[in-house]
Design a protein around this ligand. Structure first.
Ligand SMILES: C[S@@+](CC[C@H](N)C(=O)[O-])C[C@H]1O[C@@H](n2cnc3c(N)ncnc32)[C@H](O)[C@@H]1O
Length: 288
């Protein structure tokens, strides 16, 4: 990649820069060292953690979410799925033990390398394929090829257009009769400060020398990751309201009982589930 091209990419997609800096830090580390020393990329804990404890937590979430989305224990054995924003494989390892094929997709190639390592140690390697989301918005996965498209704590980290493009990609790659479960983050009081600060941090990140230092400061990196907040109305409008009840069936917004969500579209169910974080919501739907 030429210098001009690199600068162009930074300017067009500043929200991707903090992720690439974070990914670069994992390049010289093993997956286990990445978890122990950086807390990347999920729960931010360092010290008394290991790749094993990290993926054990991921396994629990995989089990709980699959149950929430209606998959019984053995029902996924012959199915394929795509995980959009796999990171270093915290949940991918668990998915690989339950699905016949898992496409782990991420914007950062170094994370995907660590993800392969994580699945090698704690999952089922033959079930894994990695997909580099080089442009941050499209999936190199065939149309109508997977039974389940899943994304957790990722779409909030993409620019709005990229997040909505990945939603449409999730629908494109899912088979007729398949299911999508996509996680989003909506506005909280704290976000009125967090989101503009995140924008400011991403501006500073464009200075190459500053980026190197900033990637070492976890609080700054986390701020830089905050790229959008989308409501169910935003996402459903971008999908196309005419698809609800026609191409998309059983459309459900899963949210926390501590949070009221507004859904203007007709034919959309709301489901309050205690363990959903108050600032998160899920779009769950079946492809007709
Ligand atoms: C907070 S991590 C979550 C990882 C994983 N889902 C988990 O729960 O452990 C968010 C991930 O999203 C990835 N990501 C950010 N923007 C992305 C994009 N535009 N396309 C694909 N992945 C993206 C990051 O590289 C990172 O691995």
């Amino acid at each position: 990649m030429t210098l001009l091209h690199r600068i162009g990419t930074r300017l067009r997609r500043p929200q991707g820069v903090p992720w690439r800096s974070a990914g670069l830090r994992t390049e010289s580390l093993s997956a286990d060292e990445s978890v122990r020393s950086t807390g990347w990329v999920f729960d931010n804990k360092t010290g008394e953690v290991s790749l094993e404890s990290f993926t054990a937590g991921g396994d629990n979430e995989v089990r709980r979410y699959l149950k929430l989305f209606g998959f019984t224990d053995d029902s996924t054995r012959t199915l394929s799925m795509v995980e959009i924003g796999s990171g270093i494989g915290r949940m991918t390892a668990g998915f690989s033990k339950r699905f016949a094929m898992v496409y782990a997709a991420d914007v950062d190639a170094a994370f995907l390398e660590r993800c392969r390592e994580t699945v090698f140690h704690h999952g089922t390697p033959p079930a894994l394929r990695t997909v580099h989301v080089a442009d941050g918005r499209s999936l190199d996965v065939a149309t109508g090829s997977v039974d389940f498209a899943f994304s957790y704590i990722t779409l909030q980290h993409c620019g709005t257009d990229d997040a909505l493009s990945l939603v449409s990609e999730a629908l494109r790659v899912t088979k007729t009769g398949g299911q999508v479960a996509l996680n989003f983050r909506t506005w909280t009081m704290l976000d009125t400060a967090l989101v503009p600060l995140g924008g400011l941090v991403r501006v500073l990140w464009r200075v190459p020398k500053a980026a190197k230092h900033m990637a070492r400061i976890r609080a700054l990196t986390r701020l830089g990751w905050q790229a959008n907040r989308l409501s169910p109305d935003d996402v459903l409008a971008s999908i196309g309201l005419d698809l609800i009840g026609t191409r998309l069936r059983d459309v459900t917004i899963v949210h926390s009982p501590r949070r009221r969500v507004r859904v203007s579209a007709e034919g959309v169910r709301r489901l309050a589930v205690r363990r959903v974080h108050p600032s998160h919501w899920w779009l769950v739907a079946r492809l007709a």
